[in-house]
Design a protein around this ligand. Structure first.
Ligand SMILES: [Zn+2]
Length: 195
């Protein structure tokens, strides 16, 4: 697999880079992405492929479960750079059905040390969905419940995003919009999550 990556890069240089040389030369001088994508690390949700965007268009941050944690210095730096330096006007938080991170919210105690700690930032999404289902006295298939938790997790992470003072300031000032989306791997479609 590793040699495939290097072979792929040789093909990229020969076929794509050579053909669009000016585009890549301009890109090498500066980037002007207009969207910050906060998505899951899942290999089946590659932002450039599913949105048909090119190098230079999307600034990306991906982690397990597309989580926005307010004590995450990695994401904090991404947000600060995106908003204060790149002046990015739109942030998308994109979840996806079939997310292993979200499925792991239901896992029994295992040997993993870090995944459960990380997922604490998403626990509330599962709790909210289960509470609602209890209140409504309805029983739904496990897959549907999973989809509801994926969607609720996007809403929850949007809430966490607004907890960053400079993010909420930018939203209030009209310089920034935030969007919640879900990717359906079964159909390849992106859908907006209703607030
Ligand atoms: Zn995922």
């Amino acid at each position: 697999m590793i040699s495939q990556l290097l072979d792929g890069n040789r093909r990229f240089v020969a076929e794509v880079f050579e053909r669009e040389k000016t585009y890549f030369e301009d890109l090498a001088k500066a980037q002007k992405p207009t969207v910050l994508w906060i998505g899951c690390s899942d290999s089946r949700v590659p932002v450039d492929t599913i949105t048909q965007t090119r190098a230079g268009e999307v600034f990306a941050h991906r982690n397990v479960g597309n989580i926005v944690a307010t004590n995450d210095w990695n994401l904090s730096a991404v947000l600060e750079f995106s908003i204060n330096h790149l002046n990015i006007p739109d942030i998308v938080i994109c979840g996806h059905y079939g997310c292993g991170g979200i499925l792991a919210l239901d896992a029994e105690d295992g040997d993993d040390k870090y995944i459960p700690i990380w997922l604490i930032n998403a626990t509330k999404a599962r709790e909210r969905v289960d509470e609602k289902l209890r209140e409504l006295h309805i029983d739904i298939p496990a897959e549907k419940r999973h989809q509801l938790i994926v969607e609720e997790n996007v809403r929850l992470q949007l809430e966490h995003l607004r907890e960053y003072p400079f993010v909420s300031r930018a939203i209030r000032g009209g310089a920034l919009k935030v969007h919640g989306w879900v990717y359906d791997m079964g159909s390849g479609t992106l859908r907006t999550v209703t607030p």
